[in-house]
Design a binder for this molecule. Structure first.
Ligand code: COI
Length: 363
């Protein structure tokens, strides 16, 4: 295992620990996803052009004014990352710098203040140090980490807020998708247009996906497979994850044009695929426009071997079915590429497989 170590504190964090942990009441063998929250949360307010002294306090309700501008004008962004239990029981993080960079990319797009590296990393470290007993064993799950920031000006009118709150909380989770995913490609709705906020992890992107997702669910699918907003032809992503297709001996994934989220798992998968083409019997790994008609064509020809999604929550999620224009493409249960990727990536993330990229970080 190769692990980078980050340590040394440069900021003061006020810590108010819980009087009694709730952990003993939790059935860690059945945590589901996103419903159980660990004991503490990290909170830092921004006002007068600077971040104030952060605090770690018991996880719980926060005071909220009905005129908070995030609720009205949508300045709200978030990240998703995970802590894994290392071989020695200590927390391992996967490429946390990438989440910090993406959070600040989202912040700048949504006209919000950037978060200093030390504030993000030391907040994360201190919080997980306190709640590391909440990291499930590797066969049960991981600790999902949700950094997020929202606007707090009490003000009615469209302008950027002057005050913000940055919070990190965590939850023990198991699979986001229990079964292979069924997606519906639709020409009727779009997730993001060029020049919009598609490559920011902005709360509003997810809100806009809910109604089309509801329609997809009512037809027996799990989510929408988004197509580009101009031609309604080129595949973008799925909203909960980026997507990859195995066609013949090539893996193809949509090239970012500003409308899809730059996934950390996506980037890692691209690297793993490129470096292991021979082992996997692949001829090429291609980042390019992928039309839904090309996928339909490959399916008809029998060359669409696999499709899968990638994401922090979704991990490597096999796609079982893609619906488009009234027909279903049912994919094979044989999934050699995504099965290999899942094992390789999870092995690296949990410190069981050598990490040649220095992706895994121990604080
Ligand atoms: C993540 O993968 O971390 C996300 O934020 C996606 C969401 C569907 C949970």
């Amino acid at each position: 295992m190769s692990v980078s170590t980050v340590s040394k504190k440069s900021i003061d964090i006020k810590i108010q620990p819980v009087e009694k942990s709730r952990l003993a009441d939790i059935d860690m063998s059945n945590v589901g996803f996103g419903r159980i929250f660990s004991d503490h949360m990290f909170v830092c307010h921004y006002a007068n052009g600077k971040w104030e002294t952060p605090e770690i306090v018991p996880y719980g309700k926060m005071e909220l004014s009905p005129s908070f501008s995030a609720i009205h004008y949508g300045q709200a962004i978030f990240e998703g990352m995970k802590a894994y239990k290392g071989e020695d029981g200590e927390p391992l993080f996967f490429r946390p710098d990438e989440n910090w960079k993406r959070m600040n990319h989202s912040a700048s797009r949504m006209c919000m203040p950037e978060i200093p590296h030390a504030l993000f990393m030391e907040g994360l470290h201190s919080l997980i140090e306190l709640d590391k007993a909440w990291i499930p064993d590797n066969d049960k799950g991981q600790l999902y980490i949700r950094p997020h920031m929202f606007a707090t000006d009490e003000f009615i009118g469209v302008r950027a807020s002057d005050t913000y709150t940055f919070v990190i909380f965590t939850c023990p989770v198991s699979f986001y998708y229990k079964d292979p995913v069924k997606l519906l490609a639709t020409k009727e709705y779009s997730r993001a247009a060029i020049g919009g906020t598609g490559n920011a992890k902005a709360a509003g992107n997810y809100a806009a996906s809910l109604f089309p997702d509801k329609l997809a669910k009512s037809q027996g699918y799990d989510n929408v497979l988004w197509l580009d907003a101009r031609l309604h032809q080129y595949i973008e992503e799925c909203g909960t994850m980026n997507v990859f297709f195995v066609i013949d001996d090539a893996v193809v994934t949509p090239i970012p044009t500003g409308t899809i989220l730059g996934g950390v798992t996506r980037d890692s998968v691209l690297k793993l695929l490129k470096d292991n083409k021979n082992i996997l019997g692949l001829n090429s790994v291609e980042l390019r426009r992928v039309s839904i008609y090309e996928i339909e064509d490959a399916y008809m020809q029998g060359t669409l071997r696999e499709a899968f999604g990638t994401g922090t929550a979704a991990t490597i999620a096999p796609i079982a079915k893609i619906g488009f224009a009234g027909k279903d493409m049912n994919l094979s249960d044989e999934r050699p590429i995504s099965t290999w990727l899942y094992k390789q990536l999870y092995g690296i993330q949990t410190g069981k497989i050598y990490d040649p990229y220095n992706w895994v970080v121990k604080f």
